[in-house]
Design a protein around this ligand. Sequence first.
Ligand code: ADE
Length: 253
Amino acid sequence: MAKLIAMTNSSPWRATVLTLFPEMFPGPLGVSLAGRALAAGLWELEARDIRASATDRHRSVDDTPAGGGPGMVLRADVLAAAIDATEVGEVRPRLLMSPRGRPLTQARVVELAKGPGPLIVCGRFEGIDQRVIDARGLEEVSIGDYVLSGGEIAALALIDACVRLLPGVMGKEASGTEESFSDGLLEYPQYTRPQLFEGSPIPEILTSGDHAKVAAWRRAESEALTAARRPDLWEKAANRASGQKTPKNTTDG
Ligand code: ADE
């Protein structure tokens, strides 16, 4: 038993993806930061073909919606078998990428990155039989209010957001950025050489060498951007600053 616990603790963070298009993985996660970390064994990716769990002669995975309507629905029995084939008694989040899910937040990403790594189901077609969502306790997650042609690109985005937080994946510089986002504010604008670009100079304060002034300028820029672009975040940040609970925190207790 002790050996099992030791082994479990040492296994890297792992994303298991159930999809009808396993060839879409690792895709962009095979290059750059995530790709190097994958090659270095800092995390693992397992893409499994849902179709491998189909049992009929035609290996069908979908059928027409009960009650009528357009499109096709992913069958509960096929997806349940695919999920059950992946689980080896371990407890891990089971996500379903779906435009009707709860919006993904950095806070949820941080939680997912701290855990063993999720099982992620990628939806296709018109949807997935509700019974398998309920029976296997799938948490529906959306990456934004728009509709993709399937959950694969959403899964790639979610995994990327988690992987960059894993120990050893990212340098120190980037973790600073993380903190500024967990502040609830959008990032301030950045500049680098050349000093003059198409007649536009780098803001003087950034080259002044006065670190306190630079920090104050960045903070003010972050606040102005957040207020202009994301009034929802701005309101939460303002409530936090004045010690009030946000409406969400209030209902959450
Ligand atoms: N599948 C299709 N659209 C999606 C979205 N916006 N988020 C997550 N999964 C999806």
